[in-house]
Design a protein around this ligand. Structure first.
Ligand SMILES: NC(=O)c1ccc[n+]([C@@H]2O[C@H](COP(=O)([O-])OP(=O)(O)OC[C@H]3O[C@@H](n4cnc5c(N)ncnc54)[C@H](OP(=O)(O)O)[C@@H]3O)[C@@H](O)[C@H]2O)c1
Length: 299
């Protein structure tokens, strides 16, 4: 989702010398293959958007795989980029690698200040190792690294398989299915009260392209919209996007997760970046793309 959005943004800006590789063409866990690729092509600017990514169920059931795969991908790509003369790297962390109980809104300097959220600890440890490796490489070579820390993302190309999906594709899929069945009620987990922040992937990609030009060197930069929404309000916006007119029932016996998760955007805002996509319009466009692409067909 992220890599495709960044390519769209760079192409729209007239960048026509983008080199990409699918997983079938280049397995990033294979250090020899990654080193050969960088030795042959010597890219100047490297965007590492590949990772083993998943929702809470996938993370909880395979923490070792999330840790090992993401460590390997990070170490292989970052060390090869530094060894073969890259000048700039954009690496992706995530808001979920900050300590579970860090003060809100989450500032970049709270990284490593406390225990992690246990449900995605393997993923978070690997991402933090990548961030620190990038920082060390930035000190000992001329590599400039931006470690982007995005909030929850949504948009075209998202995963709708319940095993992999995050909250927005999960809700879109559920409301779509219940509407098709003619249901008058949809049940959602929790109280609906937790506050979350969501960003359209096109805004994330615009921020990424902006930071590659405007950021002066190594550093963590939170990327978000600064707009909070309750899960209940989000569910209603999703229902509106799908055209589901029935009732939403909240099952408060189910866990809510952390009550609030919001990023501090002081650093991003100081570079002059402003997000453009409003949640209501972004959800409508995401739903239209998912239907057109047949993403609900096999679910
Ligand atoms: N989505 C979010 O809400 C979110 C939030 C914060 C941060 N991020 C970060 O943003 C980055 C991109 O996430 P995304 O949402 O775009 O994920 P995505 O849609 O799952 O894309 C990840 C890509 O990485 C590829 N990949 C995985 N393992 C690989 C390997 N070993 N070798 C080569 N390619 C491999 C995948 O290929 P296959 O399709 O073949 O598996 C896929 O194309 C990740 O670093 C993620 O941690 C995402």
């Amino acid at each position: 989702m992220v890599g495709a959005a960044i390519i769209r943004v760079l192409r729209a800006k007239g960048c026509d010398n983008i080199l990409t590789r699918t997983r079938a063409e280049l397995e990033l866990r294979d250090s020899a293959a990654v080193d050969r690729f960088f030795a042959e092509h010597r890219p100047a600017v490297v965007v590492l958007a590949a990772a083993r990514v998943g929702g809470i169920a996938a993370n909880m059931s395979a923490p070792a795989a999330f840790l090992v795969d993401n460590l390997r991908i990070g170490v292989n790509v970052l060390t090869a980029a530094a060894a073969h003369g890259a000048t700039d790297v954009l690496y992706f962390g995530s808001s979920c690698v900050y300590p579970r109980d860090a003060p809100q809104p989450l500032r970049e300097d709270c990284l490593l200040s406390g225990p992690l959220e246990p449900t995605n600890e393997g993923y978070a440890l690997a991402k933090i190792a990548g961030i620190k490796l990038a920082e060390y490489l930035g000190r000992s070579t001329s590599l400039r690294v931006v470690a982007a820390m995005p909030t929850n993302l949504y948009g075209p190309g998202d995963h709708y398989d319940p095993e992999k999906s995050h909250v927005i594709p999960g809700l879109l899929q559920r409301f779509h299915k219940e509407k098709a069945r003619g249901s008058t009620e949809v049940e959602c987990w929790g109280s609906g009260r937790p506050l979350r922040e969501f960003m359209h992937v096109d805004d994330l990609a615009a921020a990424a392209a902006h930071l590659l030009v405007r950021h002066p060197g190594f550093g963590l930069v939170n990327i978000g919209t600064g707009e909070e929404v309750t899960i209940a309000a989000l569910a209603q916006l999703v229902a509106d996007a799908v055209g589901f007119t029935g009732r939403i029932r909240w099952d408060s016996t189910r866990p809510d997760g952390t009550p609030r998760k919001l990023l501090d955007l002081t650093r991003l805002s100081s570079t002059g970046f402003v997000p453009r996509v409003r949640l209501r319009e972004g959800l409508a466009a995401t739903y239209a793309e998912a239907v057109a692409a047949g993403r609900f067909d096999d679910l």
